[in-house]
Design a protein around this ligand. Structure first.
Ligand code: 5GP
Length: 122
């Protein structure tokens, strides 16, 4: 797959506000936060979308949730709660084609999310 901006962040070719890093993953603040706390957890392995997650990636994808919870705790939002979201393709609102877990918290979030855009499957 083609490199994305997240490959450049992993390779430290462009800066990011990194919160956590290990051999499998990276967590960094979202550049355009949608909540008082909004960070992304990404695998270092480039996987374009949720649809591209392979059998061998199952542990890696689970690791992203583990890291999300660990960083959320460190940032003090764990007890009140937060939301994790992984968008997939156009209808899911995905804009960067390297899977990433959004972690948003620090305020009471509404549910369900919605859009005024009239596009549907039918
Ligand atoms: P998506 O729309 O694909 O679910 O989410 C992509 C997210 O990546 C967006 O929330 C966007 O603000 C964030 N993002 C895009 N480019 C950059 C960047 O260069 N640095 C950081 N830190 N976040 C980015």
């Amino acid at each position: 797959m083609a490199d994305t901006i997240f490959t450049k962040i992993i390779n430290k070719d462009i800066p990011a506000d990194i919160l956590y890093e290990d051999e499998l993953s990276l967590a960094f603040k979202d550049i355009n936060p949608q909540a008082p706390v909004h960070f992304l957890v990404i695998p270092k392995k480039a996987i374009a979308t949720i649809n591209d997650i392979g059998e061998d990636d199952r542990e890696l994808v689970g690791h992203l949730s583990y890291v999300a919870a660990k960083v959320a705790d460190e940032l003090g939002i764990a007890e009140e709660g937060y939301r994790t979201v992984m968008n997939c393709n156009e209808f899911g609102g995905q804009s960067v084609y390297h899977i990433h877990l959004h972690v948003m918290g620090g305020k009471l979030l509404g549910w369900p999310p919605f859009t005024d855009k009239p596009k549907t499957l039918e």
